[in-house]
Ligand binder design. Structure first.
Ligand SMILES: [Zn+2]
Length: 399
């Protein structure tokens, strides 16, 4: 039992800053009030508490090849099965891959992240390696698996279905590379089997404009529209949505993860954040491939906020950006009637409020603006402690 006293807390879905004390016991937030002083007392003067981050899209599997192939095109780099990334990874030992993935998860913890949604390649074995790497860390990987058979045009429907079911027994959903690499038949099997089991069917869509254009020419529909028709729940990128796409995403309440630094690193443009906010689509942000970016969401948020202001030449509220890394995922999951049980149970309770799971971090308050404090000021060694349910980990001294 611990009470952090006299700290600024970003409370509720609206991240309202309040100065108060917070009592945490057995992984739960028991009370937020000026009166509470129970158990171990932690003086929070000069600090703030933020919900821990949800990284909406990662590929931690490529942690071992950081900055490899910089300057190559996206197809040359990551397109399965023969992209540079896949060839490089096939030459690495399992132990090296586990070690580098574990280091990336430690980087996440040190920078305030307790949850991440990972596109895990390499079939069942890939899933097992990630679970091994995460063992005993205060971080929750939400694993979306994938098998090489999805890219094999010779594979039968039965074979694909069998492998999909087998993967889903071991992970939280399926993350597909994209419509250029998998057939609509594979997509149908994947979404059917995921939706049957309340797992997350997900796919990269509309990452660059040619993909959207080619899809329209060939199928009469954009990639985003196709992904919605095929009943995917989580769409990654959507960097080039049409207005109709945005309406469809909004009406169907799909989860979308934008990856601004990844789009920047690959010369692919800037996601139209403002349109997502105007349409009240609760987008998440993700750091994407670790070969391209560190999994530090504070870096992602600062890039996002400033690129957005530069791009639109107008004020953008930093709170909207912080929500993309924290409460947006929980709010969307909460709103989805048909919401994914795994996703819901893993992340929904992390909003700061009495009775909720304690999933938050305590950091120095360097600026008077708590949102910009997180986005502009906090460095790794300013985070004092991170809490993920029953795990309470001190990271740095307050002084
Ligand atoms: Zn990706």
């Amino acid at each position: 039992m611990r009470t952090i006293v006299n700290t600024i807390i970003l409370k509720g879905y609206d991240l309202t800053p309040i100065k108060s004390n917070i009592l945490i016991d057995d992984g739960k937030i028991i009370e937020i009030s000026d009166e509470v002083f129970e158990g171990e007392i932690i003086d929070g003067t000069g600090t703030m508490i933020c919900p821990s981050f949800l990284n909406g899209h990662t590929h931690v599997g490529d942690s071992i090849i950081k900055d490899y192939g910089d300057g190559r095109s996206i197809e040359e780099l990551v397109k399965p099965p023969d992209g540079l990334k896949h060839l490089a990874l096939s030459n690495c030992d399992d132990d090296e891959i586990i070690f580098s993935m574990r280091n990336s998860m430690l980087d996440m913890i040190k920078t305030g992240t307790t949850h991440f949604i990972d596109y895990r390649e390499g079939g069942l074995k890939g899933i097992k390696l990630l679970k091994k790497a995460a063992d005993n860390l205060p971080v929750n990987p939400i694993i979306l698996g994938r098998d090489p058979i999805f890219h094999n045009s010779q594979a039968t429907e039965d074979e694909i279905r069998k492998i999909t079911v087998k993967l889903l027994k071991n992970c939280d959903g399926i993350g597909l590379s994209g419509f250029s690499e998998v057939s609509d038949e594979v997509c149908k099997i994947v979404t059917e089997e995921c939706n049957k089991r309340n797992k997350i069917p997900s796919i990269h869509v509309g990452e660059y404009s040619e993909l959207q254009k080619n899809s329209l020419e060939e199928f009469g529909k954009t990639e985003i529209e196709r992904s919605i028709n095929l009943n995917f729940k989580l769409l990654i990128h959507s960097t080039y949505p049409t207005d109709d796409d945005l309406n469809l995403i909004s009406e169907n309440r799909k989860l979308v993860t934008l990856c601004p630094r990844s789009n920047g690193a690959l010369n692919l443009g800037i996601p139209p954040f403002k349109k997502f906010i105007t349409k009240k689509i609760n987008a998440l942000i993700g750091t994407d491939n670790i070969m391209l970016n560190s999994p530090n969401l504070m870096r992602e948020m600062e890039y996002t906020l400033k690129v957005m202001r530069a791009y639109y030449k107008e004020y953008v509220d930093p709170k909207e950006i912080l929500k993309m890394a924290t409460v947006n995922g929980y709010e969307t999951a909460d709103n989805l009637n048909e919401c994914n049980l795994n996703f819901y149970s893993t992340v929904n309770k992390t909003v700061i409020g009495e009775g909720n799971d304690a999933q938050l971090f305590l950091t120095k308050l360097i600026s008077k603006n708590p949102y910009l404090n997180i986005i502009n000021r906090v460095e790794t060694n300013d985070i004092i402690a991170i809490v993920n349910k029953d795990k309470f980990l001190y990271l740095n001294d307050k002084k």
